[in-house]
Design a protein around this ligand. Structure first.
Ligand code: UDP
Length: 323
């Protein structure tokens, strides 16, 4: 089976490519390298290009038969999406539509979409199940929800089958230490906490007055390889003809920012200097997944559910020997 991985040079995409290769799939990566890294693509054919290049897309689908497409290529910073919505709607919505149109034109029917907990907005109840109202509060979340709705219409009209996977907080790294998180700039909590451990420059905790037991935000951290496994199961589900679906992906356990820092202190054995700052705009107090549906329908069981393991794998990556 041949899978096209769009955005396969990025953080989650590169882990996915490695997993697909290990399971014997033929893989082609399409990535414009605006955020990804060419050397993160291991064991796959690499095509440099942007989803906005419709001729390139058509040529790619003309030349190869793909049994499925996974789409990881999106901008991911919530704050930036508020300042530059045009960038987010162009890349995350319009260019995604070009990809879907190429799939329809070339009769490729199976699509796995990287969605997000941000489609839910400020949660009305926690844990968040799939049926929770979708009220995104920023352009990033709105764009992802637009694509989810577009996919429902494309299924009805064109028979394009899709599974939307709503990630909570993707974290961790390849257990073998070959891949990890390399965002520039890095904005995510765990890599920044680990960099504070190595540099001894303090990590800023964004807000200590949330309505949570220790006043800091609670998130559901899910290992990047467990996300990858969910993609494999979702693709198999489409190949089995079960039809389109959407799943929330998390461990169902919430950890506060302080708990993440404390766990990182234990895992690394390092001092982690902290300063306390203002709330970051747009951060809900608590985001925790109810992932029962993914467990029941897909048979998905996260393997690295333990926060210390997630942080240990990220630490292994942060402290790798850099050539
Ligand atoms: N956070 C923080 N300091 C940082 C980065 C993040 O306190 O330097 C907090 C952030 O406010 C949120 C949590 O850590 O409550 C996770 O943030 P991250 O950006 O990793 O993921 P998000 O939840 O925004 O997807």
């Amino acid at each position: 089976m041949h899978v096209l991985v769009v955005g396969g040079a990025g953080y989650i995409g590169s882990h996915m490519v490695k997993l697909l290769g290990q399971r014997g799939f033929q893989v082609t990566v399409l990535d414009n390298l605006c955020a990804g890294h060419r050397d993160a693509v291991q064991g796959a054919r690499f095509v440099l290009g942007d989803l906005g290049e419709r001729d390139l897309l058509n040529a790619l689908f003309q030349a190869e038969h793909f049994d499925g497409v996974m789409h990881f290529a999106s901008h991911i910073q919530v704050g930036e999406s508020v300042r530059e919505p045009a960038k987010y709607y162009l890349n995350n919505v319009f260019k995604t539509q070009y990809l879907l149109d190429a799939m329809v034109a070339h009769r490729v029917k199976c699509f796995i979409f990287s969605s997000t907990a941000a489609i839910f907005g400020e949660p009305l109840r926690v844990p968040i199940d799939e049926d929770h109202p979708k009220q995104p509060i920023n352009p990033y979340g709105r764009g992802k929800w637009m694509v989810e709705q577009m996919l429902q219409d494309y299924d009805l009209a064109y028979g394009l089958k899709a599974v939307c996977l709503r990630y909570f907080n993707a974290a961790g790294a390849d257990p073998e230490g070959k891949l990890g998180e390399r965002h520039d700039p890095e904005t995510h909590l765990i890599p920044l906490v680990l960099r504070a451990a190595t540099s001894q420059r303090p990590i800023t905790v964004f807000g200590t007055d949330y309505d949570t037991p220790d006043g800091t935000c609670i998130r559901d951290y899910i290992h990047v390889n467990d996300l990858g496994e969910a993609h494999l199961l979702a693709l198999q589900r489409l190949w089995d003809g079960v039809g389109s679906a959407a799943y929330n992906l998390g461990n169902g356990n919430g950890f506060s920012v302080r708990e993440v820092i404390d766990t990182a202190r234990k895992v690394t054995g390092c001092e982690i200097p902290v300063v306390y700052g203002e709330r970051r705009p747009g951060d809900p107090a608590r985001l925790v997944a109810d992932a029962h549906r993914a467990r029941a329908d897909l048979g998905w069981t996260p393997r690295y559910a333990d926060l210390a393991t997630i942080i240990a794998h990220a630490w292994q990556w942060e402290t790798r020997a850099k050539s």
